[in-house]
Design a binder for this molecule. Structure first.
Ligand code: GDP
Length: 480
């Protein structure tokens, strides 16, 4: 039955400008070819060069993926403990880490790094990856096989003896500059690229180190960052990245829509929410409330800040406090999709539009799919809800999102949205203006290395090239 979906919907660009390939079994991942029914067509086309590299990567993933002879050979070398012989297939293994938004940003970054370095991308299946995402590559798997010889992932951290930064520091490995004697290289190193990385870990972003890393067949990576912006600053990758993304701010937009397809269970949640609460509205507004230090951030302050932003920017209409306006049957309707771990923001906004009419006569519905209370990364249904809500936010027409939240970054990137970003003070004082419009849809790299590789010193990369700026909501870097 679903077999004809592609044919029936030929008027819609099901393959997203060529990002996706036909030929996947449609029933096993309905979201892959049905996203066009829910998300507006993107005005941003992927570049022909990106499409070419995606096809090349798909071929590589298949040729070298788990189960193939080439994979077995690479595993043998990994077990043997040295990398004397160069192999046809090299790998990048992403270790499971952090909340869903951070994880998706890491995966997208790792994916582009894999493309740039001709590596096969594999992911540790911890934290329910397979329950959240369909396979992105045809006729192979991106899930690391259970029998992968290194199995103590959770204990691998920045001081691991196989950590690249640690090895550089201890001079057991070295690029030509740091003077270490390079005996035989190990078959794998661990790259620690999360927010708490140290100066030696940051050398990952230097060209000499990239040259050395190219000789190592297996890279294990742990991160919780969107590190694409800093890859543009590595001369060896800059030109290629410019060709891949002539429109720089669309990097995550394309990578994310290529990689992340909700599994049928998550898709069911998305579609049910959409059909029951969102589909009939003339306009969908998303409000994403993420409060990091709940103890120190008063509820009323967050609510005031969100409402001040939404009303001032005309994302939401004012209420009429004078005479009750009765809306006609043809009045416009807006639905507000609220996502938050709490339900109180939703309840306040809903009451506001029930107790009062709007000054514009618009009819406002308010909906929040879940209120999970607190972050429960690692719990299957919790992560599925988080993914469904990120996806639903990406379907909105206008978005108000919270500063620093990668949950919101993923939503805006997938949806191609430039949200209004609200930040909350821990003291009870309003920020003025209450929010800022995002300069671009791309996510923020919160902790870039700010490293001048040649001078080995600090440099502010937010002022080096026109397409990299400091984020609206942090001192990090983003593509604009
Ligand atoms: P960040 O911490 O806001 O940058 O986003 P992450 O996604 O990395 O981590 C926060 C985690 O908390 C999410 O993955 C969810 O598990 C949970 N969470 C935070 N906000 C929400 C929300 O609005 N809805 C749901 N369902 N979960 C949320």
């Amino acid at each position: 039955t679903e077999g004809n979906f592609l044919q029936k919907n030929i008027t819609k660009d099901i393959l997203l400008g060529g990002l996706l390939v036909p030929g996947f079994d449609q029933g096993s991942c309905l979201s892959r070819y049905q996203s066009v029914l829910y998300r507006k067509e993107s005005p941003h086309l992927p570049s022909p060069h990106l499409l070419e590299r995606l096809r090349k990567q798909e071929a590589l993933q298949k040729k070298c993926g788990p189960g193939t002879q080439l994979y077995k050979k690479a595993i043998e070398q990994l077990k043997s403990g040295n990398s004397t012989q160069t192999l046809e297939c090299n790998y990048l293994v992403v270790l499971s880490y952090s909340g869903l938004g951070n994880k998706m940003l890491t995966l997208a970054s790792a994916f582009i790094y894999a493309i740039l370095t001709n590596r096969v991308l594999l992911i540790d299946r911890g934290a329910h990856i397979a329950d959240l995402f369909c396979e992105p590559f045809p006729n192979t798997t991106w899930l690391l096989p259970w029998d992968f010889p290194i199995d103590h992932f959770s204990s691998i951290y920045k001081d691991d003896p196989r950590s690249y930064g640690k090895m550089l520091k201890d001079k057991v490995i070295g690029n030509e500059v740091n003077g270490a004697t390079n005996g035989s290289l190990p078959p794998y190193v661990y790259l620690h690229l999360s927010h708490d990385y140290g100066d030696f870990d940051k050398l990952f972003y230097c060209e000499d180190d990239q040259r050395l890393l190219q000789k190592i067949p297996w890279l294990l990576l742990r991160s919780n960052q969107y590190f694409v912006p800093s890859l543009f600053l590595i001369p060896a990758y800059e030109e290629e990245l410019n060709r891949l993304f002539p429109e720089k701010e669309t990097a995550f937009h394309h990578l994310g829509r290529y990689l992340f397809h909700p599994t049928n269970s998550v898709w069911g949640m998305i579609v049910r929410s959409y059909q029951a609460y969102l589909a009939k509205a003339d306009e969908i507004v998303g409000i994403q409330v993420r409060v990091f230090e709940r103890g120190k951030t008063p509820f009323q302050h967050v609510l005031d800040q969100i409402l001040a932003c939404s009303l001032e920017e005309k994302v939401l209409p004012n209420v009429s406090l004078h005479e009750p306006v009765v809306s006609g049957t043809d009045s416009k309707s807006k639905v507000v999709l609220v996502t938050s771990l709490d339900s109180a923001y939703f309840e306040k906004i809903r009451s506001m539009y029930w107790e009062h009419s709007t000054a514009t006569g618009e009819v406002i519905g308010v909906y929040q799919p879940s209120h999970e209370g607190f972050e429960q990364t690692g719990k299957e249904m919790h992560e599925m809800k988080a993914w469904a809500e990120i996806y639903l936010l990406s379907l909105t027409d206008m978005l108000v999102s919270s500063s620093w939240s990668t949950f919101g970054y993923v939503a805006r990137g997938l949806g191609g949205l430039k949200p209004w970003i609200v930040s909350f003070k821990t003291a009870d004082q309003m920020t003025n203006p209450p929010c800022r419009r995002a300069m671009s849809m791309d996510p923020c790299f919160h902790f870039p290395p700010f490293l001048d590789c040649k001078a080995k010193s600090y440099v502010d990369q937010g002022a080096l090239v026109p397409y990299l700026k400091h984020c609206e909501d942090s001192g990090g870097l983003k593509l604009v």
